[in-house]
Design a protein around this ligand. Structure first.
Ligand code: HEM
Length: 202
């Protein structure tokens, strides 16, 4: 499929959870606690999109396709978009903008502290994801964007600390994240490159 079709297709797919959650909220189909369901839904999509964004570079390396690099920024921005909706759901529908209560929550509940840290770190990435910032920041841009490897672990930790007994779901995200970070290790990349070189052509 040509790149000019892949990008709009992925754009539409990324908007689907918003449409679905929005519709379910409007139609009162989010169960007994719709605000919790909305917070959870947007939180999960933030984490999924962070991981999908991390997948793009290894996907390009393995397949040789160029489109994963062309859509990477868009996917990262969608992760930020879902993080904003997630945070707004919490601030508005859950806490009614009661700033004293919110501040106490950030200080008292470690899973909120870690989630907030993840969000705060996402902001400079989103603000500098344009060509102008890449040019202005030069080498510092790459340094800053290494935060993309710090934020998903914070997201997983946030999820892990939230669930009380059944850790299966955050554990799945932790394993996927571990694999995505492991394939970036220089040793694994060196071995993979060696294997490719040994394979006979054709
Ligand atoms: C990078 C940023 C973040 C990520 C990746 C993230 C991800 C998640 C995930 C995966 C869940 C669990 C969903 C489930 O139970 O199925 C969740 C729940 C939650 N998150 Fe976040 N989150 C982030 C930032 C924040 C921030 C900044 C806040 C608020 C200050 C927040 C507040 C919450 C709350 C209150 C819940 C629990 C909802 C409930 O069970 O009632 N999150 N988040």
């Amino acid at each position: 499929m040509p790149v000019y079709l892949i990008k709009p297709l992925l754009f539409t797919l990324c908007l689907l959870p918003t449409a679905l959650l929005g519709w379910q909220f409007y139609a009162d189909e989010l169960g007994a606690n719709p605000i919790e369901a909305l917070t959870r839904g947007t939180g999960e999509w933030t984490l999924r999109l962070l991981l999908i964004t991390l997948l793009m570079t290894p996907l390009k390396r393995i397949t040789g396709w160029y489109w994963p690099i062309r859509v990477r920024r868009m996917l990262g921005l969608f992760a930020f978009y879902y993080a904003c909706v997630h945070l707004m759901t919490y601030l508005w529908l859950d806490q009614f903008f009661d700033w004293d209560e919110i501040w106490l929550d950030i200080l008292d509940r470690p899973f909120i502290t870690v989630g907030m840290l993840g969000f705060v770190l996402l902001v400079p990435l989103a603000l500098t994801s344009n060509r102008y910032a890449v040019r202005r920041l030069a080498r510092n841009w790459k340094r800053l964007h290494r935060l993309a490897y710090v934020i998903p672990p914070l997201g997983v930790l946030h999820f892990w600390w939230l669930v009380k007994a059944d850790i299966r779901e955050p554990a799945i995200y932790a394993v996927l994240l571990g694999a995505l970070l492991a394939v970036r290790s220089p040793e694994i990349r060196r071995r993979a490159a060696g294997k490719t070189a040994q394979q006979p052509a054709g």
